[in-house]
Design a protein around this ligand. Structure first.
Ligand SMILES: NC(=O)c1ccc[n+]([C@@H]2O[C@H](COP(=O)([O-])OP(=O)(O)OC[C@H]3O[C@@H](n4cnc5c(N)ncnc54)[C@H](O)[C@@H]3O)[C@@H](O)[C@H]2O)c1
Length: 260
């Protein structure tokens, strides 16, 4: 029970990595605020899964890119659970429309930066005062291999690299207030995000799309893509006292892809 007595906010917890983290953090003793914008049914399923395991979860419907919503995420969590110790900034979008400079629509560029980067900034901004009042805490941000090396999407990659910078700057600022800030950079994870991107590839059959995923896996030392739970367990390390003297770090969870 590495999160016994802790209260955690997990953004983007209606599917994928966020859902896996909500279930895992609750199993480790945390009470969890499950944040999602549109996928209400998915968020309810996450809450139900936590409660089936005997845990406590609260669904907060919110768009992290809006400041009023970010404020509400923090206040509703504290109103229900009485404290705030962990913020896992997991929500992001990857619409797949920003692969080439001349065809990336300005609106999409802005939307990606708004959710992936501004959303993290806003959630942190409004969580920090409550974390400090709760005696300190841990923030876990989410970058990507795309944020560390060039893999394609332009706005998505830029947003994820900026999250690295935000992590390091905030680790410095918030360390003296007993708040640690770390970041996970996942490699290819089998989630709805990557399934959706695969489906979007023009002129490719489903079989060819699967082949592309297998080719990526083939270039990965561990020879496979990740499952959501494998990323959630890395987030648990940063969220828990197992990493009590670790801050400002970026952990690639990529089956070794980056070392090549
Ligand atoms: N899947 C991968 O291969 C991969 C690789 C590297 C990094 N990541 C990162 O991991 C994180 C989780 O990805 P995933 O694959 O589980 O994605 P996903 O698409 O399955 O889940 C994204 C979640 O974010 C939520 N969300 C989107 N916009 C939101 C908004 N404005 N406000 C609130 N919630 C919002 C969605 O409702 C959903 O719950 C993301 O930050 C993603 O960039 C994923």
């Amino acid at each position: 029970m590495r999160l016994q007595g802790k209260v955690a906010i997990i953004t983007g917890a209606s599917t994928g990595i966020g859902r896996a983290a909500a279930i895992l953090f609750a199993l480790e003793g945390a009470r969890v605020a499950v944040v999602a914008d549109r996928d209400i049914e998915g968020a309810r399923q996450t809450v139900a899964a936590v409660e089936r395991d005997g845990g406590h979860a609260l669904f907060i419907q919110a768009n992290i890119a809006r400041e009023a919503d970010a404020t509400r995420i923090a206040t509703e969590t504290v109103a229900r659970f009485g404290a705030l110790h962990i913020l896992y900034n997991n929500a992001a979008i990857a619409p797949g429309t920003d692969n080439f400079i001349e065809t990336t629509p300005e609106d999409d560029w802005q939307r990606i930066l708004d959710v992936n980067l501004k959303g993290a900034y806003l959630c942190i901004k409004h969580a920090v005062p409550y974390m400090e009042r709760s005696g300190g805490g841990a923030i876990v941000n989410t970058s990507s291999l795309n944020g560390v090396i060039a893999l394609g999407p332009l706005a998505y990659g830029a947003s994820k690299m900026a999250v690295v910078s935000l992590t390091r700057s905030l680790a410095q600022e918030l360390g003296p207030r007993n708040i640690r800030v770390n970041c996970i950079a996942p490699g290819y994870v089998d989630t709805e995000m990557t399934r959706r991107l695969r489906r979007m590839q023009p002129n490719m059959t489903e079989e060819q799309q699967d082949q592309r995923m297998h080719a990526f896996a083939g270039r990965t030392p561990l020879r496979r893509v990740a499952q959501p739970d494998e990323i959630a367990r890395a987030a648990l390390f940063f969220a828990s006292d197992d990493s009590s003297f670790v801050t400002g770090q970026i952990l690639t969870v990529d089956g070794g892809y980056m070392i090549q």
